[in-house]
Design a protein around this ligand. Structure first.
Ligand code: VG1
Ligand code: CO
Length: 475
């Protein structure tokens, strides 16, 4: 930069009502960012304005994204606005690319004031896809990291890293690592040629773990396995273990390990930010969400590659297959059968109305004790509520975090509206059921949970209300 000071312009603008951040920042269709005047600028200015002026002046800020369409355009705007807002230094990932966990790591390393991450994470990219902005405070793509760590450092063959060149539309692939969008990997693994497979989302904070022949590790189980084998991981040998946490819709598999090891367990609302607060207070070492997020307190984000390295450490110590480790785990702790149905892009009004009606049903006193009979199975309601969380560190209360119906024996039905969708509403229906009978540990979750699904569909009337015949994605 030369000596002549840059001119700072002050321009009038007004907010749009749909610019409210959700579970993890703001997500909208790319064309919204392109067509609505100052749409990006408004949100970025709000981020800067949220930082006290004294902290902002001369501060360092991290900026990076998952390389999706609109990434570089947005970075140009952010850099200019950062300068105008008094930020002293902006650290940008090479070619504007940085994963969410990497941003979290750099923020901590260089003591930056925060980081702006340009990603819509697991939502599709490209001109017709989604764009998003996350802001991580001081507490807090993936491809280049996979190549560097798994191939260059750990010596995996180069062809074991697939789809690792960042592309603006992710090569037409959907960046959500689950059985539907990661079906190619599952197919490849079925051949039996590989012992271990993993997939990540666009910004690298999610992971899906597969064993030989495509054996699927449910994310709720994954965090429980890591917890049960935590001292196979050198990091925890040094730091010890302070606490475990899972989001409310995540199955109670982790609770079983916490109980057996007498380690404190926290049940938080959906979204990693709740773990961050516990980690800052030194109360939490390992956390996981059913939505393919796993991570530890070395940063303040979930980290897909960390989860893979954690699993590889366990495999290296136990010298067993992924499937053997998982089935051993079920024999020891019992199995939490789990499924999630996502109804994406349904009519917003219909979804909101459904949630309001359901809340009336579950909050009626007469609902407790009610028995649902489907075929030969009976389920009696033990408790039901709209999940509320009081942060044990600062006492902040988060309400309206999902409708829970808990049956005798621990089976659960949960309804939530997504906070990361970019269009209409996404309804998430989570169902789980605990089984400890050794002869019933190896069944298809969809078969085991079929009756609970029937109850959930009847109670909510979701198909009738949304005009859908089934979910968009089943996990
Ligand atoms: C979803 C997941 C949640 C996750 C969030 C951000 O939120 O359910 O567990 O923390 O995405 O993930 P929602 O509100 O749509 O259910 V991502 O990889 O930003 O980064
Ligand atoms: Co993500």
């Amino acid at each position: 930069m030369n000596d002549s000071p840059l001119q700072v312009l002050t321009l009038p603008t007004s907010p749009y009502p749909d610019q409210r951040p959700g579970t993890s920042g703001l997500r909208k269709k790319v064309h919204i960012f392109q067509s609505k005047k100052n749409y990006l600028h408004n949100f970025i200015q709000c981020i800067f304005s949220s930082i006290d002026l004294r902290d902002r002046q001369g501060s360092t800020m991290v900026v990076g994204g998952d390389g999706r369409y609109f990434n570089s355009t947005a970075i140009q705007v952010i850099v200019q606005m950062a300068a105008a807002n008094g930020v002293g230094r902006v650290v940008i990932g090479q070619n504007g690319i940085m994963s969410t966990p990497a941003v979290s790591c750099v923020i901590r390393k260089i003591k930056a004031i925060g980081g702006i991450i340009l990603t819509a994470s697991h939502n599709p990219g490209g001109p017709d896809g989604d764009f998003g902005i996350k802001f991580n405070t001081a507490n807090g793509v993936i491809g280049p990291y996979v190549k560097k760590i798994l191939c260059e450092e750990l010596g995996s063959p180069a062809n074991s890293a697939i789809n690792c060149v960042p592309l603006e539309n992710f090569g037409g692939c959907h960046p959500d690592p689950n059985l539907t969008y990661g079906a190619d990997l599952v197919e490849t693994m079925k051949s039996g040629q590989y012992d271990f497979g993993a997939a990540f989302d666009g910004d690298g904070d999610r992971n899906m773990i597969l064993g030989k022949h495509g054996f699927f590790v449910n994310p709720s189980d994954s965090v429980a396995v890591i917890a049960a084998n935590i001292f196979c991981i050198p990091y925890f040998q040094h730091t010890g273990v302070r606490g475990f946490a899972r989001s409310m819709p995540t199955s109670a598999a982790l609770d079983m390990v916490a109980r057996a090891t007498k380690i404190q367990l926290y049940e938080t609302p959906t979204g990693w930010k709740f773990f961050g607060s516990l980690m800052d207070a030194g109360r939490l070492s390992l956390g996981g969400e059913e939505s393919f997020g796993t991570g530890s307190d070395y940063i303040r984000e979930k980290d897909g590659l960390w989860a893979v390295l954690a699993w590889l450490s366990i495999l290296a110590v136990r010298r067993q297959s992924v499937e053997d480790i998982m089935t051993d785990h079920w024999r020891t702790y019992g199995r939490n059968y789990y499924t999630r149905f996502d109804y994406e892009a349904v009519d917003l009004d219909a979804a909101v109305e459904m949630m309001l009606d359901l809340e009336l049903v579950v909050s009626d006193k007469a609902f407790i004790g009610q028995v649902f009979t489907v075929g030969e199975k009976k389920y009696q309601v033990e408790a039901a509520d709209n999940f509320e969380y009081s942060d044990p560190v600062d006492g902040t209360i988060s309400r309206n975090q999902g409708l829970r119906i808990i049956f005798k024996g621990g089976s659960r039905i949960i309804f939530r509206l997504s906070g990361t969708d970019s269009f209409g509403a996404t309804v998430r229906l989570y169902i789980d059921s605990f089984e400890k009978d050794l002869s019933k540990l190896f069944q298809d979750p969809q078969v085991v949970l079929a009756e609970l699904v029937t109850i959930a569909l009847q109670l909510s009337q979701i198909h009738e209300r949304t005009g859908r015949r089934g979910p968009t994605v089943i996990t």
